[in-house]
Each structure stands twice: as C-alpha cells, then as structure tokens.
Design a protein around this ligand. Structure first.
Ligand SMILES: NC(=O)C1=CN([C@@H]2O[C@H](COP(=O)(O)OP(=O)(O)OC[C@H]3O[C@@H](n4cnc5c(N)ncnc54)[C@H](O)[C@@H]3O)[C@@H](O)[C@H]2O)[C@@H](O)CC1
Ligand SMILES: [K+]
Length: 474
C-alpha cells in the first residue's frame, strides 16, 4: 500500500538505512549525481530564501556532503546571490568532483577565514566517522563566528548521525539544519538536536523503510460519537496513593482529553478525606481489590504519588493482575520487576532515573542510545515504554518506535510527569491501544506546554490539555 508522503517523510533513518535507500533509488535508474542535484538544489533553495540576496559562504568537504555544497553554491550563483566556496579538502568522490567542475564561481582554500552573512556547513554529513581534526574544527568555528547565520546541510559537521553524539567539544550553534532525503537520529536526539536550530527536510524521493522509527506527528482526534455516553467513551480509574495531589494533577489532565468518566480511587479512606475535591471528579474510597474490580473500567493509572512501601507494592500487584489496560508511572516503576507479570496491555512512562531502576530490575545493561535502551525494556517487560525527556521516545513491545520532537524546556518542573501520565491514561481509556495512546499523550503534553508559553505550573499545563486536543480535532 502506498503511504501518504508525510508519513514516509516522518521516518528516521540510520546511516546504513539511508545508504540502502539511496542505493534503491540508484538501482531504479537515478545516478548519484542526479540525486545530489535534487538534494543540493532543494537545500540551495532554502538557503537562497534565507540569504535573500546577502552573501553566502559554503564550506565544502571531500565527500558527497561537500558535493551538495557545490550544487548549493551553483544554485545561488544562478540566482544572482553572492557566494564563495571554501574547499577545506579537495573533492574525493565522483559525484563531488563532478559538482565541483560544474561550479564556476569563487573557490578559496580556507587558509583565511572569509566573513559574510550566511555560512553553509557542507564539510561532513552522514559519512562523518571520527572527530574533526584541529584544523577543520577551527575552520567551522571560525566561519560560523564570522557570519550572522549558520546553516548545516544534512548534519552539523562533528555530530554523529546515528547517536546524535557530538564528536568534538565546542561545536558551533546552528540556526538552521537542512536534512537531506530523510531525518536521521541526530536530528531528534539530545544533545545534538538542541544544536541544530530550525529543522528542514528536502525530499529526494526516498521510499518507506520497514520498521524505521518515525517522528511523532500531530494526531487527529475524533469528537465523541453522536450516541456517545460516559462509559462508552471510557472510564478511567486513577489509583491514588500516599500523596494524592499527584493523582489530582493526573485526573485534571485526564478529564480534558477524551475519557468520558474519570474516577479517583482511594484505597486509603483517611487520605481521601484530605483531598480538596474537584467538582467534576468522582472519588471513591475502599479496599484496592474492590476499587479496581468495576467491570466498566476501560483503563487504570497507578504511580503518581503512590509511595514505595509494602502497601504501594500490593496496590501495584493488584492493579496489574486486573487485566485492564494500564499506565504505570512514577513510584510504580520503582517497584516493578519481572516478578510482577503484566496481565494487560501496559504503558510504562519512566524518566531517566526510573529507567535506570527498571534496567536494574529487569537485568538490562544501561548502555547504548536511549532508543536502544527503550527498545530493550519494552521487549523485556512486554510493555509500551515512553522514555521521557526533552526528546521522548515511545516504543512498543514489538519494536515499533516513535520519536517526539524536542518539547518546551519549561516542562522541566515538578508535576508535569503526573500530567503526562493522566493524558496517556485518558487516551488509553478511549481506545485501549497502547502505542497510539502513548503517542497521543506525548503530543498533547508538548502541545499544551507550547500553548502555555513560558513559566507555567503543572496545573496550568493540565488545564491547557483540552485546548491542545481541540486544536487537533479531525
Ligand atoms: N549518496 C547519495 O546518493 C546522496 C548523498 N548525499 C550527501 O552525501 C552525504 C554523505 O556523503 P559521504 O558518505 O560521502 O560522507 P561525507 O560527505 O559526510 O564525508 C565522508 C568523507 O569524509 C571522511 N571523513 C569522515 N569523518 C572525517 C573526519 N572527522 N575528518 C576527516 N575526514 C573525515 C570519510 O573518510 C569520507 O571520505 C550526506 O550527508 C548527504 O549530504 C546527498 O547528496 C543525497 C544523495
Ligand atoms: K554538514
């Protein structure tokens, strides 16, 4: 089945997958030179618009990233935009040599730092295999400092494509990064993604790779059906713990994004009496087994404010054996291990500290990229994992991966995790699909933060979730 182009363009490829995709295009009859022309002209057009007649300096390396640079320079020259090429190394691939021959403008060797308005970094792209040597690092830094804007083509030189790791210290900050053909891990992975500025993608006709991670796109939410009623829209039970304020935050968010009915379940009736009630939130107190035995429950959330004592552990054991789709967050993740088998579709939402605890509990090595670590946990725990952070990753047990764009750094405050858990649990109550609910929750969280602007409280974030959903209604 042919996928819409925006789905194909949301895939995130490794260097090996990107090479395979390019080989496929070449096998289909395109030459590497023709592909470079499409990529270079696409990037050149972005640069031309950005430069708007101002001077551009293009730094070209020896490989095909450098080749793209010569195509960009030619495109600018054809449009009358002043451009200088700095050839840091002579071109070494056939396509780059060809592109160099076709460029008839000014080329210097980089011994003197040229100044100007826009600096375009085409030194290295996905072929970067080691740290930049001193002279090239000095050249990239010097040129970046001598221009008003810095634009990286495909990847900023010095950043490893598959991991997003900077291979040098002190790399310059980019204003724009123009990815070629497909996104790479580095474009969406911290710390690299924070160095890239605005991200743009040039389509060169790459087709969809099987099982490639994809970028989280804006979901489309449906309004309730004309004959909807509260139970059919999903009853979510949020199990409260030793610190009920956290569950209230989760509930405040959950009430706004789809579940028809959100109930706060209090296994400790003394605590129930201390909680300031929300008029729209039904609160029930009782024994944990009774609370979670309601057959109408469509989803459960456990963890925010739970505590980590024996009572908390018993609540966790009861909830996961209930067979209802469940979100486990916060303290529940500190108690979970292979000795507590998950009986129903489950979503785990660890931040870095909780991830480390889960890795210890499931005897997983805490090394490799965050994506690999999340995949390993999802497989081992047989759950969908949302590995939270500035660059959140969602992985299900079958290995499907969705990567979220970097969210507002104002989310780094207490209580925002409780809000996220509530959002995911509410969506889970609506349809019961773990990967989808996790993606929708992560998107709503990022969008609510964007709507809140700077310096919001977690309660304001939860309140904004309804507006985030309203903006994405089908
Ligand atoms: N192959 C294709 O069909 C296309 C490739 N494209 C471009 O090609 C790029 C990849 O090209 P290449 O594979 O040639 O890779 P690069 O252009 O990134 O450079 C690789 C070359 O640099 C050397 N090198 C790597 N790290 C180095 C370091 N730290 N110091 C000194 N030398 C180093 C390598 O040994 C190799 O010779 C992409 O990023 C993209 O810009 C695009 O033009 C689209 C089409
Ligand atoms: K580059």
């Amino acid at each position: 089945m042919t996928q819409p182009r925006d789905v194909t363009l949301s895939q995130i490829l490794t260097v090996a997958q990107m090479r395979a995709a390019e080989d496929e295009l070449v096998a289909g009859g395109l030459s590497v030179e023709a592909l470079m022309e499409v990529a270079g002209r696409g990037a050149g057009e972005y640069v031309r618009r950005l430069a708007a007649g101002r001077s551009v300096t293009v730094l070209c390396g020896p490989g095909n990233n450098g080749g793209d640079g010569y195509v960009i320079a030619r495109h600018l020259m054809e449009h009358g935009n002043p451009v200088t090429v700095v050839a840091a190394r002579e071109p070494a691939t056939a396509a780059a040599i060809n592109a160099r021959h076709l460029f008839e403008g000014n080329v210097t060797d980089g011994h003197v730092i040229v100044s100007g308005d826009v600096f375009v970094d085409c030194l290295f792209g996905s072929g970067l295999s080691r740290a930049l040597p001193e002279d090239l690092l000095a050249l990239v830094k010097g040129l970046s400092a001598a221009h008003h804007l810095t634009v990286a083509v495909d990847l900023p030189s010095g950043i490893e494509s598959d991991s997003g790791a900077p291979l040098n210290h002190d790399l310059p900050q980019n204003d724009v990064t123009i990815a070629l053909g497909a996104w790479k891990q580095a474009h969406w992975t911290m710390p690299a993604c924070a160095n890239m500025g605005v991200l743009r993608l040039v389509d060169i006709g790459v087709t969809l790779r099987q099982n490639a991670p994809r970028l989280l796109l804006r979901p489309r939410f449906q309004a309730p059906a004309p004959d909807a009623h509260k139970y059919r829209r999903g009853l979510l039970g949020i199990v409260s713990g030793a610190m009920p304020g956290a569950s209230i935050l989760s509930a405040t968010a959950a009430l706004r994004v789809g579940a028809g009915y959100v109930k706060l379940l209090h296994p400790d009736s003394r605590l129930a009496a201390c909680v300031a009630p929300l008029p729209e939130l039904v609160t029930t107190a009782g024994a944990i087994d009774d609370l979670v035995s309601d057959p109408r429950l469509a989803a459960l959330l456990l963890g925010p404010g739970l505590g980590r004592d024996d009572t908390a552990r018993r609540h966790l054991e009861t909830v996961v054996t209930r067979g209802v789709p469940t979100v486990l967050d916060a303290d529940a993740l500190m108690l979970l291990g292979p000795d507590i088998p998950l009986k129903a579709p489950t979503i785990l939402t660890p931040h870095e500290g909780e991830m480390a605890a889960l890795e210890r509990a499931f005897l997983l090595p805490a090394n490799g990229t965050r994506l690999h670590r999340a995949k390993a946990l999802a497989k081992q725990a047989r759950a969908t994992v949302v590995l939270k952070g500035p660059d959140s990753i969602v992985v299900d047990a079958s290995g499907r991966v969705v990567v979220a764009p970097r969210a507002s750094s104002w989310l780094s405050s207490a209580g925002t995790g409780d809000v996220l858990a509530g959002l995911i649990a509410s969506r889970l109550a609506v349809h019961g699909e773990t990967l989808r609910a996790a993606c929708e929750g992560v998107w709503l969280h990022g969008e609510a933060a964007r709507l809140c602007g700077p310096a919001f409280t977690s309660n304001e974030l939860a309140q904004a979730a309804g507006r985030a959903l309203a903006g994405a209604l089908a």
